[in-house]
Design a protein around this ligand. Structure first.
Ligand SMILES: *[C@@H]1O[C@H](CO)[C@@H](O)[C@H](O)[C@H]1NC(C)=O
Ligand SMILES: *[C@@H]1O[C@H](CO)[C@@H](O)[C@H](O)[C@H]1NC(C)=O
Length: 578
């Protein structure tokens, strides 16, 4: 009964609003381009129009009523010394911060109504600033956005997406709508992964202790092939003597895309071998048709979960299996995560793509969604990439070389993990992605660290990178020849893909400790890392990340675009929390 009343009232209200808005409505046929590429982006080929009847979910990101409110709040709760430090917000508070103006909602709703889109297929997502149009036919989407949606296939990897090379909006909506997805983002998550190698035949694996007695750097019988194992990492980053507390509330999330999934049996074998425990496990959450076939594990998912657990066991873990599909993977994964009552306190993401193929407005939008996770008290770790400063020649259409940073790492509101290798001293791994964003400005927390590096670099590489951009990575960890199990076999794997769950595991221990003493967790890490946290990092000062036909950047004292500020020391980090 009560239900009924509310429905009637809201019908009247919507009717009033609609007729009110209609009288003020700008002409809906005055379409202007919102974003368009000159041609189909590299590596994608059109397979023509989708079959008739195909539907997609469209996300319309609306401008918030106060443009900087979210980011201002993020820095308040992330900056040690601020009175609101670590006083993370509730979802309701975030929704208030990002709520669009009433006139924005009225305009967009009357535009949707004009196109016959029923209000029952429209909902608010992503914490309160995004309209989701569920199951819109591609034909209707084409009309709505002056678009031409087609099916595109990735030439190497074969996955298909539904996108349009350009799209438009009525002129009167351009100010109100930040971006629409999926439209022109021709990107798909790529693992920051290198194919694992078998141990070469005849090798015996032994546990070697050096003169100073540090445990368990695994060495093969051929002394030149060192490979890295959990006991070594736990010694190197100083978590070995720590017993995690407050496990229940403190969850570590590992994001999987493209349908990759891990094997619980391989995890058990790995954890028996290297952590001497018998009950390592994880919860699987399937998103958007993500599958779970533990008999066909993917090396990426396996190494992610194995190294997160290697560091953070017995902290509970969630593995997100996000399906391959025509939709936008990041937008749909973020929609799911933000919608949860309890979001993991730490999240590890080992997938990224070249920033140059990410439309700017879209990048800004997705980055702000990551900022919402930070405001809510979630620490997000993202891998920096495996191509050094860029794979291949890095030549753009005009024949100019340009270093290639990776998104979402270039987003200033996540913490980016680069790669190291060796020890005593630990040095930069040549594969370590790093550089400067062309979309995102240098954030305030980098205002000292990055100019210091750039001054020493001088005019070298001028024009090949954006000196005013956000620099990556922020932090680093071992990334070469880490032992993993895959289908029962031990392999060696490399990539910032593995460095990322290693750092996420360590951050998760810190968050668990804070929770155990009744404190809020760290949330967005960077203002702390570049401030107090600095004293808890091992500065990496050797090595470089060649690419694009150059020697790349060099690791130097202080921050550098190869290893960031350095690698973690857990015990020292604990000492820098207050
Ligand atoms: C690695 O080992 C597996 C199982 O023994 C074998 O099938 C595969 O061919 C090997 N790969 C390489 C590159 O040697
Ligand atoms: C450099 O970065 C700024 C933002 O920091 C951006 O506005 C500008 O367009 C970028 N330059 C190039 C050439 O991409």
């Amino acid at each position: 009964m009560r239900y009924h009343c509310i429905v009637v009232l809201s019908v009247i209200a919507t009717g009033l609003l609609a007729s009110f808005a209609k009288s003020l409505s700008p002409p809906w046929d005055d379409m202007h381009i919102k974003h368009s590429w000159n041609a189909v982006p590299n590596d994608w080929v059109s397979l023509g129009r989708p079959p008739s009847g195909t539907t997609i979910d469209l996300y319309i990101a609306l401008k918030p009523h106060r443009e900087n409110a979210l980011i201002d709040a993020l820095y308040e709760v992330s900056e040690p010394g601020h009175p609101r430090y670590r006083a993370h917000l509730t979802k309701e508070q975030v929704a208030d911060l990002v709520a669009p103006r009433p006139e924005t909602l009225e305009l967009v709703n009357s535009w949707l109504e004009h196109h016959g889109i029923s209000s029952s297929s429209v909902s608010m997502t992503h914490g309160g600033d995004t309209l989701k149009l569920k199951g819109i036919s591609v034909i209707q989407a084409n009309t709505l956005l002056g678009a031409s949606y087609q099916v595109y296939r990735h030439v190497e990897r074969g996955e298909t997406i539904v996108r349009t090379v350009g799209y438009s909006l009525p002129r009167g909506l351009h100010w109100h709508v930040l971006t629409v997805a999926p439209t022109t983002s021709f990107v798909s998550p790529r693992t920051q992964w290198q194919t694992p190698r078998n141990h070469s035949s005849g090798e015996t694996v032994g546990l070697v202790k050096s003169a100073s007695g540090e445990p368990a750097m695994m060495l093969s019988s051929r002394a030149e092939v060192n490979y890295v194992t959990p006991p070594f990492l736990r010694w190197l980053y100083d978590t070995a003597t720590y017993a995690p507390i407050a496990m229940g509330e403190n969850v570590l999330g590992v994001a999987g895309f493209l349908g990759d999934n891990p094997s619980p049996a391989d995890l058990l074998t790995f954890m028996r071998e290297y952590r001497d425990v018998d009950d390592a496990t994880y919860e699987v959450v399937k998103i958007n048709g993500g599958g779970y076939d533990p008999t066909h594990p993917h090396e990426e998912a396996n190494s992610n979960i194995q190294y997160a657990e290697a560091m953070a066991y017995p902290t509970p873990h969630i593995f997100y299996s996000t399906g391959k599909g025509p939709y936008d993977w990041y937008v749909t994964w973020l929609e799911y995560v933000l919608d949860q009552k309890d979001i993991p306190r730490t999240i590890s993401i080992s997938y990224g793509y070249e920033e140059r193929y990410v439309p700017r407005e879209y990048a800004f939008y997705v980055c702000d969604v990551f900022a919402k996770l930070g405001v809510l008290g979630v620490s997000v770790l993202v891998s920096s990439g495996n191509g050094g400063i860029g794979k291949g020649t890095c030549m753009n259409k005009d024949g100019m070389v340009r270093f290639i940073p990776n998104f979402p790492g270039t987003c200033p509101y996540v913490t980016v993990v680069g790669g190291t290798t060796e020890y005593q001293p630990e040095v930069a791994a040549v594969l370590s992605g790093g550089g400067f964003s062309d979309h995102f400005k240098r954030p305030p927390y980098q205002r000292q660290a990055v100019p210091t590096f750039l001054e020493d670099l001088g005019s070298r590489y001028q024009g090949l990178y954006n000196a005013s951009g956000r620099g990556t990575p922020d932090i680093a960890a071992q990334s070469i020849n880490l032992a993993i199990f895959l289908n029962g076999q031990e392999k060696m794997a490399s990539g910032t893909s593995i460095a990322t769950p290693v750092v996420a595991g360590i951050i998760s221990l810190l968050n668990g400790w804070l929770i155990s003493v009744g404190q809020d967790p760290l949330g967005f890490l960077n203002p702390w890392l570049y401030g107090r946290g600095l004293a808890a990092l091992n500065d990496i000062t050797e090595g470089s990340n060649p690419g694009c036909g150059t020697d790349g950047f060099s690791a130097v004292a202080g921050w550098d675009p190869v290893t960031g500020l350095g690698t973690p020391n857990f015990r020292k980090m604990l000492g820098q929390l207050f």
